[in-house]
Write a protein that binds this ligand. Structure first.
Ligand SMILES: *Cc1c(COP(=O)(O)O)cnc(C)c1O
Length: 296
């Protein structure tokens, strides 16, 4: 691990899965407050490739609240690279917390209309130069999945029957499928509403034998869509903190835990299952809520 990253580990969640299913969570949120969770894993091979190709700048895409944008800005700065963030939507009067963070890590920002943002190839042509290395929105792509496959490189990961994560682009999930042992089932809880192209997007990142791993997608737990956080979700997040001392974020990890809780209550997992949940970070996203919403 790189020097600015902290150690992270597994935490048991007693009784989270009821009497017959054990649940543990991999606390990637502890790696770093900014490049927390999966983003460091997803970015590392893009940055390595950029340096290898002699590029001096990375460029990527994201929304104004994107964890990926902030992590890319920070990781680029740490790697001695400049960075450009192409942001969906018009420039705000005052940048929010995520964009302020990205700016503080030296990222240059370019705002585009939603229509333009959909035309990635045009944007690449407009903003590129010979020194720029491009990373797709959300870090989607094979180098991202390759980095994420290393999330499971720890002793004892083979004893779990199920590995479960939240999915945005599905890049982390593709990595987990690559890193899983035979017989382990990988499950993705989608945080986007009706993101039914997810399966083909994940499959596109896999190589031939990995396509036959056991994996599944769960679509019913987005709570109305990306970053939507009705009171029921906030109550659940407080309960998870009080009972298990796990801080969760409103976009990804709260929905992961909620889904797993509901699935275990519905006896979805066979008795004796050993679940590994991936806490992929994202806690800084909670700063958009009124202060004092949570005790963590
Ligand atoms: C970006 C992110 C994800 C989603 O990762 P994908 O590889 O895009 O599916 C999940 N959790 C957190 C906290 C994230 O920031």
């Amino acid at each position: 691990m790189t020097d600015y990253l902290q150690d992270y580990g597994l935490q048991k969640l007693p009784e989270f899965g009821g009497p017959s299913v054990t649940v543990e969570i991999l606390r990637l949120d502890q790696i770093h407050p900014i490049v927390s969770g999966n983003k460091w894993f997803k970015l590392r091979y893009y940055l390595a490739e950029a340096l290898q190709q002699g590029k001096t700048r990375i460029a990527t895409f994201g929304g104004a609240y994107s964890n990926h944008i902030v992590a890319a800005a920070f990781a680029a700065q740490k790697s001695g690279l400049k960075s450009l963030g192409i942001i969906r939507g018009e420039a705000p009067d005052k940048p929010g917390k995520s964009l302020s963070d990205a700016l503080s890590y030296g990222m240059e920002l370019a705002f585009t209309s939603r229509d333009e943002f959909g035309q990635k190839q045009c944007l690449i042509e407009r903003f590129t130069d010979a020194d720029t290395y491009w990373i797709m929105e959300g870090g989607y792509g094979k180098p991202g999945a390759r980095g994420a496959s290393e999330i499971l490189d720890f002793a004892g990961s083979g004893r779990f029957s199920h590995i479960i994560c939240a999915t945005g682009t599905g890049t982390m999930m593709a990595g987990l499928i690559k890193g899983a042992k035979q017989g382990q089932k990988v499950m993705g809880i989608s945080v986007l509403k009706n993101h039914f192209s997810l399966e083909s997007e994940v499959r596109a990142l896999l190589e031939e034998p990995e396509n036959h791993q056991d994996f599944a997608f769960i679509h019913g737990y987005h709570f109305g869509g990306y970053a939507k956080h009705p009171p029921e979700l906030i109550r659940f997040m407080r309960e998870v903190w009080h009972k298990w001392q796990v801080p969760t974020d409103i976009v990804y990890t709260s929905k992961l835990l909620f889904a797993v809780k509901k699935l275990t209550e519905a006896s979805y997992f066979p008795p004796g299952s050993k679940l590994l949940l991936i806490h992929s970070g994202g806690l800084q996203g909670n700063r958009s809520l009124p202060s004092g919403t949570f005790d963590f």
